[in-house]
Design a binder for this molecule. Structure first.
Ligand SMILES: Nc1ncnc2c1ncn2[C@@H]1O[C@H](COP(=O)(O)OP(=O)(O)OP(=O)(O)O)[C@@H](O)[C@H]1O
Length: 446
């Protein structure tokens, strides 16, 4: 392997991981050596190195492999020191390792402790907890669905971890529908379908991720259906996830989709502001525990939570980039820096929500006229909704206090500040206000 080959591999990796990930994580790496199957890359910091190994090992090794080199293991560390011989993989070790990667698909980070619960996922979380408690099977299968990056895999793996820990005698199997197919096809090729059936029909809990993958793949579908029925008939728990509801999966036989709906079907909704903030806060706490010098200015997380609404995965990607940055510059991350570091991402998820829309929806809700939002009237029936609209404007748009004040009939920024505090205070003491705020926010974000 030469530097040139690494440059070629980088082109492929870029396509796989996307430009955002590439510029933050891959670009700063430099080639160090490829020795006995171990690819060694230098990263600017320990943090970046660790994250790359955790998240990008597979595409890196694959693209290096595509240049004709054989790399089975990645070491990515800071500094220019050569790796001590002891941590190098010997040729004997590399083969079983590669196989192990196939089998061992559980990610340590995906457990119940690290799963933040909010309104949008509480049903799914409760159902997953129930399955993980390992008691009598009360719904079968549990079918979890949502758009991408909202926690299905996380919950499924949390179930698997919990069961492994509390009931180690149970045979728990987690795999993606793609892996299911791969194993099935392999068993056909090796004339070992009996072993395949035996393997799958003797598990106590089967968790199959991304089941939409079997759409249009008739033999795999058929085998999946038999496996599924055999387990359910024996009272064994099955958990399925997909990116849509059973009824929406096309090119899968009706008898299969109807069977999939016989248990409990739960969807994870897009994360709301509180959940987004909760996930950010959790990641920051985790990072700060490892990096005590890490500091982030007030308001940065709130800003990110209000602006990055796409999915939890995107949100997580954003906060990891901030950590990588903080790790390099070693100073407090300010709002300006965060905006700068994440500018591409923020542009991509820029919402079109305007203060006018917020005023309009608020007026509709309280049966007021738009002119009430900008007028000088101070009666409570008008002033309170106006404060609510100001509060929502601050929370849901990147506008500053003075900008919001100007939109609301040229009011001073202190009036807006007061309105935001007032509503926050009332939300804690008056359930009606809290309910109004939530309802309006849902309408505006929907
Ligand atoms: N409620 C949550 N609390 C903490 N982290 C979460 C939560 N939901 C999702 N995440 C994190 O977001 C990332 C994406 O989640 P996950 O892979 O489970 O999504 P998914 O719904 O399975 O997506 P896909 O449909 O693409 O497979 C993971 O890193 C996961 O840990």
């Amino acid at each position: 392997m030469s530097m040139d080959a690494w440059e070629t591999a980088k082109g492929g990796i870029r396509k796989d991981v996307g430009t955002h990930n590439y510029t933050t994580w891959i670009e700063p790496l430099s080639f160090r050596s490829l020795d006995e199957g171990t690819l060694s890359l230098a990263s600017p910091t320990e943090f970046i190195g660790k994250w790359v190994m955790q998240n990008f090992e597979e595409p890196i090794l694959r693209h290096v492999g595509a240049t004709g080199m054989s790399a089975a293991r990645l070491v990515c560390a800071a500094g220019a020191r050569a790796m001590p011989a002891a941590v190098r993989a010997t040729p004997d070790e590399t083969a079983p390792r590669a196989r192990l990667r196939q089998e061992n698909t559980l990610d340590k980070r995906f457990n119940f402790d690290s799963f933040v619960v909010g309104k949008s996922n509480e049903m799914a979380h409760a159902a997953a907890r129930r399955v993980a408690s390992g008691g009598a099977v009360s719904f079968n299968p549990l079918f979890l669905h949502s758009r991408v990056g909202l926690g299905k895999t996380h919950l499924m793996q949390a179930i698997a971890w919990e069961l492994q820990e509390t009931q180690p005698e149970k045979k728990v199997m987690y795999l993606s529908a793609e892996q299911f197919m791969y194993r099935f096809v392999q068993s056909l090729r090796e004339k070992a379908t009996m072993d395949f059936k035996e393997l799958f029909r003797t598990v106590d809990v089967l968790l199959v991720d991304d089941v939409q993958f079997i759409s249009g793949k008739n033999n795999t579908q058929e085998e999946f259906f038999h496996t599924f029925n055999a387990l359910v008939d024996q009272g064994k728990q099955v958990v399925i996830s997909a990116d849509r509801s059973p009824a929406e999966i096309s090119d899968v036989e009706e008898r299969i989709t109807s069977r999939l709906q016989q248990g409990l079907v739960v969807d994870l909704h897009p994360a709301d502001y509180e959940l987004r903030l909760g996930v950010l806060q959790q990641r920051v706490d985790g990072f700060a525990a490892q990096n005590p010098e890490f500091e982030i200015a007030d308001g940065v997380l709130e800003f990110l939570a209000s602006r990055i609404t796409a999915s939890i995965r995107v949100l997580e990607g954003a906060v990891m980039r901030l950590f990588a940055y903080a790790d390099l510059v070693k100073q407090e991350v300010t709002l300006e820096q965060a905006q700068d570091v994440l500018s591409d991402l923020l542009r991509a998820s820029e919402r079109k929500l305007t203060i006018e829309q917020i005023m309009k929806v608020t007026c509709e809700h309280y049966a007021l006229r738009m002119s009430d939002m900008t007028s000088a009237r101070r009666s409570r029936t008008v002033a309170r909704p106006r404060q609510m609209a100001m509060f929502l404007a601050k929370k849901l748009t990147p506008r500053s206090y003075p900008e919001i004040g100007r939109k609301f009939g040229g009011r001073d920024h202190t009036t807006v500040l007061y309105a935001v505090r007032k509503i926050e205070e009332l939300m804690a003491s008056e359930p009606q206000i809290a309910e109004d705020a939530q309802l309006l926010q849902r309408k505006l974000e929907g």
